[in-house]
Design a protein around this ligand. Structure first.
Ligand code: GAR
Length: 224
């Protein structure tokens, strides 16, 4: 089931690095698989490749420098307030964190309740935080994966929208595992955004239901 929108969903993306997830969103839009428009790509890093990807797509690329806010007791909140102003100026309906390596504060989260998503390279709630592929290997897990979730105040804790699993192989390094997971990230993030665009995500407490979804719609063992 797919609902045609009258206008594309207005999406803003926050990214700090290479932006391969941003690129997956861009590719899905350009392929006509995602009814969205990127109204801004914002970074806390001036040289983020993500900003270059935005320019190549013709989307506004915006560097918001954290430096002027440093040293203030409320530096993180003040920075997020500046981000909110940019987002409001560009009229963003949905905010996507895509390799955004800065903790977002309550002032930001409370303005985008159930309207801000994050992608994380583990099967949450296992392995929140950093270096998660290494941790999954060291723990001896047989499966790893990725999670798209709504953002709440707890880091990597919000309601789960989609997950995909991949095997952990004997010879895996954090890098080989990260690459296998990333392939799945690039599939489930655009898919989650399209579900949002179609108005099919319903949040009840911690659970996200997909209206009109297939029985295994939110648990994908290697999304195809
Ligand atoms: C991705 O693997 C994403 O899941 C991870 O950073 C990478 C960014 O890659 N995010 C987190 O670890 C957030 N907790 P990208 O810049 O190529 O999209």
């Amino acid at each position: 089931m797919s609902t045609k929108r009258a206008t594309p969903l207005r999406v803003a993306v926050l990214a700090s690095g290479r932006g391969s997830n941003l690129q997956a969103i861009i590719d899905a839009i350009e392929a006509g698989q995602l009814q969205a428009r990127i109204v801004a790509v914002i970074s806390n890093k001036k040289d983020a490749v993500a900003l270059e990807r935005a320019r190549n797509h013709g989307a506004p690329d915006i560097f918001v420098d954290p430096k002027p806010f440093a040293g203030r007791p409320d530096s993180r909140e003040a920075y997020d307030q500046a981000l909110l102003e940019v987002l409001s100026k560009h009229d963003a309906e949905l905010v996507l964190l895509a390799g955004y390596m800065k903790i977002v504060t309550a002032v930001f989260i409370n303005s985008y309740v159930n309207r801000m998503m994050n992608i994380h390279p583990s099967l949450l709630p296992s392995f929140p935080g950093l270096e998660v592929q290494k941790k999954a290997i060291e723990w001896g897990c047989k499966l790893a994966g990725c999670t798209v979730h709504f953002v709440t105040e707890g880091v990597d804790e919000g309601p789960i929208i989609l997950q995909a699993a991949v095997p952990i192989l004997d010879g895996d390094t954090p890098e080989t595992l990260a690459a296998r997971i990333l392939e799945q990230e690039h599939k489930i993030y655009p898919r989650a955004v399209q579900l949002y665009a179609e108005g099919r995500l319903r949040v009840e407490g911690r659970r996200v239901f997909i209206d009109g979804g297939k029985p295994l719609g939110a648990a994908l063992v290697s999304a195809s």
